[in-house]
Design a protein around this ligand. Structure first.
Ligand code: RB5
Length: 149
């Protein structure tokens, strides 16, 4: 599995921590920036990661900003992206089992390092349950398709 990673300045340090974790696990990733704690705008990085997942350059994405909110909203503007902001392990598991989330958003100023890693770990290993959930996820796509020009 190849992961697209992205953050703004608020999420930069967490992204670097996650890179070390992915290296240790032998999980491939592409880092779409940002590359320092210098102030940047989160929509750019949410969009880059979302587009990498949409184009199938990467299988899934992980985005980080201060709260995880702005970058998740941005990623969700790309059609086909289901970005879930999860600051706990239960939500992370459910976002995969029920919602087939293809991008995970984390709040770097909300989470401690260890919890962030646990969330990523759960999210990466949990599969979509499909069944009745597939119908609901398809309905999300139907809403999206109505507005895609
Ligand atoms: C940047 O200060 C901060 O607004 C950003 O990281 C994020 O929390 C936005 O949602």
């Amino acid at each position: 599995m190849k992961i697209a990673l992205g953050s703004d300045h608020g999420g930069y340090e967490l992204k670097e921590i996650l890179k070390k974790y992915l290296d240790e696990k032998g999980i491939e990733y592409t880092d779409y920036g940002t590359n320092s704690t210098e102030s940047v705008d989160y929509p750019e990085f949410g969009q880059k990661v979302a587009e990498a997942v949409k184009s199938k350059e990467c299988d899934r994405g992980i985005v980080c900003c201060g709260t995880g909110i702005g970058i998740s909203i941005s990623a969700n503007k790309v059609p086909g992206i289901r970005c879930a902001l999860c600051n706990d392990c239960y939500s992370a598991r459910m976002s995969r089992e029920h919602n087939n989330a293809n991008v995970l958003a984390l709040g770097a100023r909300v989470l401690g390092r260890d919890l962030a890693i646990e969330i990523v770990d759960v999210w990466l290993k949990t599969e979509f349950q499909a069944g009745r959930h597939e119908r609901r996820v398809n309905k999300i796509s139907e809403i999206e398709n109505k507005y895609v020009i």
